[in-house]
Design a protein around this ligand. Structure first.
Ligand SMILES: Cc1cc2nc3c(=O)[nH]c(=O)nc-3n(C[C@H](O)[C@H](O)[C@H](O)COP(=O)(O)OP(=O)(O)OC[C@H]3O[C@@H](n4cnc5c(N)ncnc54)[C@H](O)[C@@H]3O)c2cc1C
Length: 425
């Protein structure tokens, strides 16, 4: 018996066939999903919380991506755009987030075959089966999904949750539990040399986190320090070394490797003070700063700063999925079959096997988490991976099982591989 014979087929009863596929989020992956469904003539509705497309990318718009243009445009979206006279911007250059929105994502969202199917200001707060909570099983697969927003409820034949993780950062605390809110604690990737310059100039900033968001902020702070004397920069990490930031000659994403190399140089030169092995267990708001307390190599330690940048990464918001039968890995909170490919404990490098609907399948037939959110707490997501995910799912929804099962992507090797738990890949 062939694999295709065993492949689960999409359910399309007469009633389900009249309903659209709901896509949650008009970020790069949600819009790519829209392009694939439009291309296959499958009805869809995109529900986007913000008032325009790619709101999360817009928030870090001042930051340059490490991938070049040719790696961040979905192939089907590209074809639809090129039919209107659009051309791919300088394909070997990496865009900033704002350029990605202005020169690709907004034009994509404005294509006539997509624009009329996007509802803005529609934050999804819950998903269920119509008339059924998580416990009801009878005829579940033939029952439409009900997607709730403050503006009303939408019935759908399938749901692709492409809502990202940017709005749900990890905690500063090493326990992961919530801590205080304070205006002096910044979200990752503040616009240090632009809009938010006054917040950082001449101040002491502690950047917490070991990933590329931290590296980007440290580099911007060094730029600021050059013309704002008194700007002090501390980089605080939990582990003995920041493997994801430290440069790796094997990283196929050259821009990303360069980020790491620059931060390494600033640490060596003493421009950035690095404090490693610091486990934060308390965050306090003092009249003159934010105090981080915890332990360092067994001893009590504290650091006080004017501003703290929380670059500890992101986690998926699972609250809207409470009535949906998901199957998530207990560590990474990614779909169970995908998790072993991306768990940062055993596999910190970005070299992830391309994958499609099969790895993203949940017990809830027709429900998929895609894009950044599909990686749960793992930090290595690449847009090309997300585009391959939605290509495969769109093919599956169209009943094109051969295409759904095929892998059509070659990812760059990203050999940032050493972890505390040992090497990988
Ligand atoms: C600074 C930075 C640089 C990066 N650089 C690269 C790079 O060079 N190359 C690369 O391949 N990847 C890169 N990434 C990783 C990744 O590709 C991006 O994070 C990308 O934006 C993920 O796309 P997405 O569509 O999955 O999610 P998002 O871009 O986060 O989009 C999610 C959308 O859903 C909306 N939304 C959220 N919640 C809801 C809700 N409840 N209801 C409705 N809508 C909702 C949001 O408003 C947003 O529009 C980078 C990430 C960051 C942060």
């Amino acid at each position: 018996m062939s694999t295709l014979t065993l492949t689960p087929r999409p359910r399309v009863t007469d009633r389900l066939a009249t309903l659209p596929v709901a896509i949650i989020g008009a970020g790069p992956v949600g819009l790519a999903a829209a392009a694939h469904l439009a291309d296959r003539g499958i009805a869809f509705t995109v529900l986007e919380a913000a008032s325009g497309p790619a709101a999360a990318v817009e928030k870090w718009g001042h930051t340059r991506l490490f991938s070049a243009w040719r790696e961040v445009v979905d192939p089907v979206a590209r074809r639809l755009l090129e039919a209107t006279g659009w051309t791919l911007p300088a394909e070997g250059r990496a865009p900033t987030g704002s350029e990605l929105v202005d020169d690709y994502l907004r034009p994509l969202a404005e294509l006539p075959e997509i624009a009329v199917h996007i509802r803005y200001g529609a934050r999804v707060t819950g998903i269920a089966r119509e008339g059924m909570d998580r416990t009801r099983s009878a005829d579940r697969e033939n029952t439409p999904f009900l997607v709730r927003t403050p503006k009303g409820e939408l019935l759908a034949r399938a749901v692709l949750d492409a809502s990202g993780t940017y709005d749900s950062p990890n905690s500063l605390l090493s326990t992961g539990l919530p801590t205080i809110d304070d205006a002096r604690i910044s979200h990752a990737l503040p616009d240090v040399v632009g809009r938010e310059r006054d917040r950082f100039a001449g101040r002491h900033t502690v950047v917490v986190g070991a990933g590329h968001s931290a590296a980007n902020t440290l580099i911007s702070l060094v730029r600021l320090q050059r013309d704002a004397p008194g700007t002090r920069i501390t980089w605080l990490i939990r582990n003995a070394s920041a493997v994801r930031v430290s440069s790796s000659a094997d990283d196929g994403l050259v821009g990303r490797a360069q980020l790491g190399a620059r931060v390494d140089r600033y640490v060596e030169a003493g421009t950035v003070e690095k404090i490693d092995s610091f486990e934060i267990d308390r965050v306090e708001a003092l009249p003159d700063g934010i105090r981080l307390s915890g332990t360092r190599r067994g001893d009590l330690a504290t650091v006080t700063a004017d501003v703290v940048v929380n670059a500890t990464g992101f986690r998926p918001d699972l609250a809207p999925l409470r009535e949906i039968r998901t199957d998530l890995d207990a560590v990474v909170e990614a779909p169970r079959l995908l998790a072993p490919l991306i768990d940062p404990n055993v596999h910190s490098c970005g070299t992830v096997e391309p994958h499609g609907f099969r790895e993203l399948t949940h017990p809830e037939h027709g429900f998929f988490v895609v894009g950044m959110k599909s990686y749960g707490r793992a930090p290595t997501f690449l847009l090309a991976t997300g585009y391959e995910q939605v290509r495969s799912i769109a093919a599956w929804l169209a009943g094109d099982l051969a295409s759904a099962s095929r892998v059509e992507l070659n990812l760059p090797a990203t050999g940032v591989c050493a972890t505390d738990a040992g090497g990988c890949c």
